[in-house]
Design a protein around this ligand. Structure first.
Ligand code: ADP
Length: 493
């Protein structure tokens, strides 16, 4: 599919040292995955009303890991009913201090079982164990710790107001950070006194079901957290349920629009965290080697399945050749393969469908005249894989520049002046995140105030913290999650 173009190396570095890595697999023998999981409703695992199950597979081996319940309208009804009862009878009456104790307990139990969570996250979703171990799981625990701290201090967060929970929150999450997104949703909801019905994505339900076990073990009152598995129809049943007071959704802009339409005219509150196409901007005065690492991390972290990924690179013209050469050299060193290997940099693409989407965009790029360069990685025979990909010779009008690919694919454009790059950076329907690399503080301020995006990084990328609000402008969504701002969507003030 790839043609020899000027992005191919002229004087590439030679990485063939003769040395190679030994396999360093994380062991899976301590992992307990049941053959079948029901929904977690009213404090226990129950069979689905219609008796239907579907398989969740390991995208790096295509092997079935478990069957999970397909949620029907009756299952969603039962979950919402349990949540309403728990809200009215128990959770809304409990002191913030006591609610906080339960949330702290969840945080500690995640830490205790961190290794198990990391391995299952990697098996079910395909991300490298290094990332699930060092990012997803610790950050999920951190969110519970952080919001546990707010549970008894809400009146200090909003002085002069009377913060009260809303009721039942319906929460729908995607497959790129399954446990972490569950934590982003559940922790603030519980801290503010709400009860929850959460639906994980169809390809990655397992860590949410493990979280349900922890929630049960932590002794949370029955019905405070309910987890219903299923696909889009199950999500729609939650969105359209009359007794749900708030919807929190993270996923594609297309589904976000459907949800926004279907709850228009109802009293339901809404937060949406949708797609992105972030500009990562490198000025000629930046520390180039650090910037190259930031570009790599910005787009190849989690196979590029990241809504805030730095997928549009803008390099100042005077350093364009050197940055491009360093990037081409650097992607040759990225190790693609077994996600359970501790030396793996890029794991499996989450699903066959997503791999097809990525390949379709590469085809579109080629047809539009782009130069596409992929590293020469050896891919395993089974599973879904995409080598790190650079796309050059593109302009603003290319679809691969405009649309979210959600894979390890970086487009490269150049610019001459700050004004020009600001205009290009903002020329997108999205506005989730962005990055600026420069030695000059004033340039950072000028750029970050000019970019219409909710999250901006300077001389770094993809840094997350429970205390920091996250969310988008324009078609990237509305509302914020994380930090003090993340409490607001779950409160009547
Ligand atoms: P992606 O394209 O990244 O898979 P989606 O937006 O399709 O993202 O999926 C995100 C989440 O939304 C998943 O849990 C999915 O099951 C759910 N979902 C899909 N369609 C709908 C819908 N019409 N209403 C509610 N939830 C939906």
């Amino acid at each position: 599919m790839l043609k020899e173009t000027d992005i191919q190396k002229k004087n590439r570095l030679d990485f063939s040292t003769g040395w190679s890595y030994d396999p360093a697999p994380e062991s899976t023998d301590h992992i307990a995955i049941k053959e079948r999981y029901g929904h977690f409703i009213n404090g226990e695992f129950v069979e689905p009303a219609e008796g239907e199950y579907f398989a969740t597979i390991n995208p790096s081996t295509e092997e079935k890991l478990a069957e999970v319940a397909m949620g029907s309208q009756a299952d969603v009804d039962a979950a919402v009913k349990a949540a309403r009862k728990a809200y009215t009878k128990t959770w809304s009456k409990m002191s913030g201090r006591d609610r906080g104790r339960y949330i702290y307990r969840i945080a500690r139990l995640i830490q205790e079982r961190a290794r198990e969570f990391a391995v299952i996250e990697t098996m079910d979703g395909g991300k490298p164990i290094r990332e699930s171990r060092d990012v997803d799981v610790p950050l999920a625990a951190a969110h519970f710790f952080y919001y546990a701290g707010w549970a008894d201090k809400l009146q200090y967060a909003f002085p002069g107001r009377r913060p009260e929970g809303i009721g039942v929150a319906g929460q729908i999450i995607p497959w790129n950070f399954p446990l972490l997104m569950a934590a982003w949703k559940i922790a603030p909801a519980l801290a503010t006194g709400n009860c929850v019905v959460l639906k994980p994505a169809e390809t990655t339900p397992l860590t949410c079901l493990k979280l349900a076990e922890i929630i049960r073990d932590a002794g949370l009152p029955a019905g405070v957290v309910n987890i219903v598995t299923g696909a889009g129809d199950t999500g729609a049943a939650i969105v359209n349920h009359d007794d749900v007071d708030k919807i929190a959704f993270t996923g594609s802009t297309a589904v976000g629009k459907i949800i926004q339409k279907s709850i228009a005219g109802t009293p339901k509150k809404l937060t949406l965290e949708l797609g992105g196409k972030a500009a990562n901007i490198i000025f000629e005065d930046a520390a180039i080697d650090q910037a190259v690492e930031g570009i790599i991390n910005g787009i190849f972290f989690n196979q590029g399945h990241v809504c805030c990924a730095g997928s549009r690179l803008f390099v100042q013209e005077s350093i364009a050749d050197i940055v491009r050469d360093k990037l081409v050299d650097r992607i040759e060193t990225l190790r693609v393969g077994d996600p359970l290997d501790k030396n793996t940099d890029i794991g499996a693409i989450n699903s066959k469908e997503q791999l097809e989407t990525i390949n379709r965009y590469l085809e579109i790029g080629l047809n539009e005249g782009a130069d596409i360069y992929q590293s020469k990685c050896d891919l395993p025979e089974k599973g879904y894989w995409c080598c790190p990909t650079l796309v050059a010779n593109v302009s603003q009008s290319h679809r691969i520049v405009q649309e979210e690919v959600f894979g390890p694919v970086l487009t490269i454009q150049t610019f001459r002046t700050p004004e020009e790059v600001l205009e290009k950076a903002n020329n997108t329907p999205y506005g989730l995140s962005g990055g600026v690399w420069t030695d000059k503080g004033s340039k950072i301020f000028n750029m970050t105030t000019g970019i219409r995006a909710g999250v901006l990084w300077a001389n770094t990328f993809n840094k997350f913290d429970a205390t920091s609000p996250f969310g988008g402008y324009k078609e990237s969504g509305l509302g914020r999650e994380g930090g003090l701002h993340g409490l607001i969507p779950y409160l009547n003030l």
